[in-house]
Design a protein around this ligand. Structure first.
Ligand SMILES: C[S@@+](CC[C@H](N)C(=O)[O-])C[C@H]1O[C@@H](n2cnc3c(N)ncnc32)[C@H](O)[C@@H]1O
Length: 440
């Protein structure tokens, strides 16, 4: 079975944890982290303040109106923040004198330092080219794909998967083949983005965004890795012919640039449907053709979830409502209205028993930058605005007990919560991943 992540015990210093979480601090959460956080309490504070300024900058001014200078300013801030985060991670590992439950693969402090230095050395050579790639990518998003209403958020997810692939932590050949053909990338940009993962692979240094399976509790930077691992696992279970309810149909809602149909599901004995908005879906079909990935593996259905006609649309394309079906709804709920979310859950709740839906959600408090996510909320919102015109709209409250909130929401649609994992620590989750099953 594919493992979604390995878990380290709950941490003992809530205030230290809060400081790290709010500053968007990536990496492993353990005893040493808390210790170092306490020692350098002023460092996260400083990072947070600067990050906040960045977010305010991004929120208050549309960078498109300020051209390349504005773009470089934003990139500079983001880069400095990434370096600062990783330096802090190093400090935590090197000073892990009293770490009580080290993970088996955790490198020693000196190994870690050597790997990091090797990573920095490789990156020093690649970085100027990568900056050019980021500028090229940004220009394509602003002036080509955004005006054509092609999803920008799908690019972020596929980039994270590309980095895991090139880092060697989660092999994903179909994604590596597809990305050069996507409209916001192209061969050179895809290669230069992928080279960040190569630097990670060659140096042995695994920053939080290339780590897979991720260390749990996850952080913002490892959220895509966390949910990707979770969905890989539940999908593998769903198609297992020896499993309890092997499914015969798989529906990927808001599929974006997901390539599981040509990877994990390539040999699955199930019919696969992919649903997305027309501009994104036609861009994907063109990219698949360019990449030589057979489009006939999937039944493509163009739909807007806001119209609430998605079920009718797939039935028209041959979807059998009597067969148990697995619905994968990854990275989509946050961009929908609560009515559209309800319409999807309602539809699944009326299908054949054994049907199930796996989805992730973000914290409503994070969406509204409310306690305890005032800083993280503002920062992420700013970053989202910079690269896409798809605002966050839907969230579930993560005020404990989160599991009960989710249970209540799915139960209202005839579904039963079968699995749940929080993003971040249980008592301060910034979202989560779930599986809900149609009641028999
Ligand atoms: C963040 S991407 C996730 C893509 C994919 N699930 C993955 O994990 O790689 C969000 C996707 O949801 C789609 N989406 C957003 N709002 C939608 C809507 N109202 N109807 C249909 N698709 C939508 C976008 O076009 C995009 O492909």
């Amino acid at each position: 079975m594919i493992q979604a992540g390995y878990r380290v015990p709950a941490r003992r210093f809530p205030s230290a944890r809060k400081a790290f979480l709010q500053s968007g601090w990536p990496g492993r959460r353990n005893y040493a982290e808390a210790e170092v956080c306490r020692k350098f309490a002023d460092v996260p504070k400083l990072a947070t303040q600067k990050g906040n300024d960045g977010a305010r900058d991004l929120e208050s001014r549309d960078p498109r109106q300020h051209g390349i200078r504005r773009c470089m300013h934003g990139l500079g801030r983001a880069t400095m923040r990434a370096f600062r985060d990783e330096a802090a991670l190093l400090t935590r590992v090197v000073s892990r004198v009293k770490m009580d439950t080290p993970h088996a693969t955790w490198p020693t402090g000196s190994e870690y330092l050597v790997r990091l230095l090797a990573f920095i050395f490789i990156e020093l050579w690649l970085f100027p080219w990568q900056v050019l790639a980021i500028i090229g990518y940004t220009a394509k998003v602003w002036w080509k794909t955004s005006p054509a209403k092609i999803s920008g958020t799908a690019n972020e997810i596929v980039t994270a998967r590309l980095l895991m692939h090139t880092a060697g932590t989660r092999p994903d050949q179909p994604t590596a083949r597809l990305v050069p053909h996507l409209p916001a990338f192209g061969t050179v940009i895809a290669w230069l983005f992928g080279s960040i993962g190569l630097a990670s692979r060659w140096s042995g240094y695994k920053p939080s965004w290339t780590e897979f399976p991720v260390t749990l509790p996850s952080v913002m930077n490892s959220m895509v890795g966390h949910r990707t691992g979770f969905f890989d696992r539940v999908l593998a279970d769903a198609i297992d012919p020896k499993g309890r309810h092997p499914v015969k149909q798989i529906v990927i809602l808001g599929a974006g640039w997901d390539t599981r149909a040509w990877g994990l599901l390539a040999d699955a004995n199930a019919r696969i449907f992919e649903l997305d908005m027309p501009p994104t879906q036609s861009a994907k079909r063109a990219a698949l053709e360019g990449a030589g990935l057979p489009a006939d593996r999937v039944t493509f259905v163009e739909t807007d979830f806001a119209a609430k006609t998605w079920l009718q649309a797939i039935v028209e394309r041959g979807f059998d409502q009597a067969l148990p079906t697995f619905f994968l709804w990854e990275g989509v709920t946050m961009y929908l209205s609560s009515e559209a979310v309800d319409a999807i859950l309602d539809g699944v709740g009326r299908l054949a028993p054994g049907s199930r839906i796996a989805f992730d959600f973000l914290s409503r408090e994070l969406l509204h930058a409310e306690t305890p996510f005032e800083k993280l909320g503002k920062l992420t919102k700013g970053a989202m605005k910079f690269y896409s015109n798809e605002p966050w709209r839907y969230g579930i409250s993560t005020k404990p007990p989160v599991r009960e909130h989710v249970e209540r929401i799915v139960a209202a649609h005839g579904l039963e919560l079968a699995d749940y994992e929080p993003f971040g620590p249980e008592d301060e989750a910034f979202g989560g991943v779930t599986v809900a099953v149609r009641r028999s």
